[in-house]
Design a protein around this ligand. Structure first.
Ligand code: F6R
Length: 607
């Protein structure tokens, strides 16, 4: 999604703005631009495509000035062309925007009728014109912004520069995050703390409806009713080192390999290793009285939720409804008074999930959130915050956030089972012992990296790939297919193994590799039968199993990947590793842009 940075600085800002945009590349974008205020002029430079194109433009045509705004755009209204790239400007005002102005058509018609002309197809340009009209009529920039914000429907984070005012910028947020960074004689605006990481660690998070004037001396923040407010200045834990690739070729690769560490880090907040018990944060509702859980999430986080459904139902015997967030509100869900709604999100800003959360809140649900960004909107709106401690996830394809989500969800399921009286203290200790084994098992799974890299050429030429799994490995099959689709652009589907014979089996031929996820255990025999159905039709199988499973069913497979033998509880965490590595190495073999796959955004802040 779009990234915003603004600097009111003591020295030239152009290079630092571009550096800030580089740190936000991970969010996904298809054009970029900057605008400085210099010599009573708005100096605007924009380019479609990657940041390198903008840098090229700036090499021949620099943007001087100590104050400026910059933006990476992920196209919504209008193609990713230079004229649609932000900043959008009039003679007086330039601004960058993240989000969607839903009533832009009506505003555009109104502005056109007043004789204003537009140079882009974007929704954003109407905001530049609305603010500009006010300034041209003699209103101060603050009054202009105050007059315009209530006219905007939708979601926005804005950073606005004014030609005649080279000493301040104005920012505003509603629905899309925006932070203020406090430096030494400089002040910044950014989409997140990551964007500002090397500039400052002192961050204030704007709240819904806030707007702010930033100067070299600091910031004046106002709430939605234009009342001056103070927002706590926190020290962001994000260091520049955390957002570097280190010795890895890609962020995704680094993040896959971080999993043993970050899962251990996450688990250490949810278990007491000496007592071997689960320890959840304090909650002001009675977990034991929960009769039904509604889980809502998107993409990879949704698959973590599907695994959790198995755990909540098998351990705690609590029924679970689960839906993707983009469908949830429109299916008119039945939400019983006093129910528990659980939202899972890496970013905590995914617009569909956030809208579903608010819907549940309005309908009397207690809100629990498993989230990786503890300062995110979802984290702030939760009754029970269950943070994952995966650290910043930069690769667009989610990896370490997923396994950390599973770690938290397993602990939650065990605790729920305990308070529901479905688990004895000894059984709880056993579960905790297995969770403690997870980081070492993840390490053992990662040891197969070279072998998986070597087999990537078997999958890379395929047009279609099927992933099969049963029970908690079924969501893993879908997650494997999602990873492959996202970064290698190979069409892939994840199916419940037993469902294959009801249709997808028609696709099987020797050109369609089938990846079977089958740890040995109660579901193994059934999954292997489905695998034999594939092989009987000439299908080429890659079997991912443990030593016992491979000894029993590995003969005749195109390839096998041996996972450590683990308890079924932690199998979903461990089996995530080979599907992530397989997608990664296939993408590398195909030469695609692993960290910034085409069309994708890291945090999807539009519905
Ligand atoms: C897949 C991926 C996406 C996200 C989805 C939800 O690799 O990254 O499918 O999982 O957009 O994002 P969060 O978890 O931030 O709500």
């Amino acid at each position: 999604m779009c990234g915003i940075i603004g600097i009111v600085g003591k020295s030239a800002v152009s290079d630092r703005l571009v550096e800030g945009l580089k740190r936000m590349e991970y969010r996904g974008y298809d054009s970029a631009g900057i605008c400085t205020v210099f010599d009573d002029q708005l100096v605007r430079r924009r380019a479609e495509g990657k940041l390198a194109n903008l840098v090229k433009v700036l090499k021949t045509d620099d943007a001087a000035g100590n104050i400026g705004i910059a933006h990476t755009r992920w196209a919504t209204h209008g193609a990713p062309t230079t004229s649609n790239a932000h900043p959008h400007a009039t003679g007086e005002v330039a601004l960058v925007h993240n989000g969607i102005i839903e009533n832009f058509k009506q505003l555009r018609d109104e502005l056109t009728a007043r004789g204003r002309t537009f140079e882009s197809e974007t929704d954003t340009e109407v905001v530049a014109h609305l603010v500009s009209e006010q300034v041209e009529a003699g209103h101060s920039p603050a009054d202009a912004v105050k007059a315009v914000l209530p006219r905007l429907r939708g979601a926005f984070a804005l950073a606005i520069a004014f030609r005649q005012f080279p000493d301040f910028l104005i920012g505003a947020r509603l629905g899309s995050p925006l932070v203020v960074g406090y430096g030494d004689g400089e002040t910044y605006l950014g989409s997140d703390a990551l964007a500002l990481a090397p500039l400052t660690q002192k961050i204030a998070y704007l709240e819904e409806g806030d707007w702010v004037i930033i100067t070299r001396d600091g910031a004046q923040i106002f709430d939605k009713d234009n009342v001056p407010v103070t927002r706590e200045i926190t020290t962001s834990g994000v260091s520049a080192a955390q957002i570097e690739k280190g010795n890895y070729r890609h962020y995704m690769q680094k993040e896959i390999f971080e999993q043993p560490t970050v899962v251990a880090q996450t688990l250490s907040s949810y278990i007491r290793p000496l007592e071997q018990t689960v320890a959840l944060p304090q909650m002001d509702f009675d977990l034991a009285s929960v009769k039904r859980i509604t889980i809502v999430a998107c993409g990879t986080s949704f698959y973590a939720g599907m695994v959790a459904k198995y755990w909540f139902e098998t351990f705690a015997r609590v029924p679970v409804d689960i839906d993707v967030a983009s469908e949830f509100r429109y299916s008119d869900p039945v939400l019983e008074e006093g129910g528990l709604a659980l939202f899972i999100s890496q970013s905590g800003e995914t617009a569909d999930t956030l809208a579903a959360l608010r819907h549940c809140k309005e309908n009397g649900q207690t809100i629990a959130v498993v989230v990786n960004v503890p300062t995110s909107s979802m984290a702030r709106e939760a009754d029970l915050l269950l943070p994952t401690h995966a650290g910043p996830e930069i690769g667009v394809a989610s990896t370490k956030a997923f396994t950390c989500q599973l770690a938290v969800l397993a602990a939650l399921a065990a605790h729920l089972a305990l308070v529901k009286g479905k688990l004895s203290a000894e059984e709880e200790r056993e579960i905790v012992r297995h969770l403690i084994e997870a980081p070492a098992a993840l390490n053992a799974a990662l040891a197969h990296d070279d072998e998986i890299a070597a087999m990537a050429h078997l999958i890379a030429p395929a047009r279609d790939v099927l992933y099969l799994g049963r029970g908690p490995d079924y969501p893993l099959a879908m997650e494997g297919a999602l990873k492959l689709k996202e970064i290698s652009y190979i069409h892939a589907e994840g199916y419940a193994s037993g469902e294959m014979k009801h249709g997808p089996i028609a696709l099987i031929d020797e050109a369609v590799p089938v990846i079977v996820l089958a740890p040995s255990g109660p579901l193994f025999e059934k999954t292997v039968s489905n695998m034999q159905e594939v092989r009987a039709r000439g299908g080429k199988v890659v079997l991912i199993s443990d030593a016992e499973g491979i000894a029993e069913a590995g003969d005749g497979c195109l390839a096998t990947i041996e996972m450590p033998t683990v308890h079924p509880l932690i199998a979903p965490l461990v089996y995530a590793v080979p599907v992530q590595l397989l997608a990664y190495h296939v993408a590398v073999a195909k030469g695609t842009d692993v960290d910034q796959p085409r069309n994708l955004a890291k945090s999807v802040t539009v519905e």
